[in-house]
Design a binder for this molecule. Structure first.
Ligand SMILES: [Zn+2]
Length: 141
């Protein structure tokens, strides 16, 4: 263990041809926070910081950053879920307003933090896939 003298090692400065990797599901790689091309390397270097490149296939991940897109999706999904639940709780239990706040603020914060990472992963993977097929450099044969 630990010796890699004769192991095949890819030069990280050269990207291998993308067709050597099987087609990856953007949802699978995204939810697992993996590289969209090989499905093996880690997508994130920090909590929401995209790694500069994939440690497995060398894909330049820095170019794939999805910006504010994931936050918008998280707000829409979470807003819909929380508002639906809040209305149901209101009509079922009629709790005081402070109790609503006590319930929903942690739900919103926790949900947002929990969803941002996989959401960002999926968006980056979809973005990578669309760019890869739009540019015409990928041959599906
Ligand atoms: Zn990769």
């Amino acid at each position: 263990m630990g010796r890699q003298l004769t192991a095949p090692h890819e030069d990280p400065s050269r990207e291998p041809p993308s067709h050597s990797y099987g087609e990856q599901s953007p949802f699978r790689t995204g939810l697992l926070c993996r590289c969209p091309r090989c499905g093996e390397g880690k997508l994130f270097a920090g909590f929401l910081t995209v790694a500069p490149s994939c440690t497995v296939c060398g894909l330049d991940l820095g170019k794939q950053d999805s910006g504010d897109g994931p936050a918008v999706f998280v707000i829409f999904i979470l807003g819909f879920v929380v508002v639906s639940l809040a209305i149901w709780v209101e009509f079922t239990y009629e709790p005081p307003l402070w109790l609503h706040m006590t319930i929903w603020i942690p739900v919103i914060l926790g949900g947002a933090l929990g969803m941002l990472r996989p959401m960002k992963g999926v968006l980056i993977a979809l973005q990578y896939r669309n760019k890869a097929s739009d540019s015409g450099t990928v041959d599906y044969d």
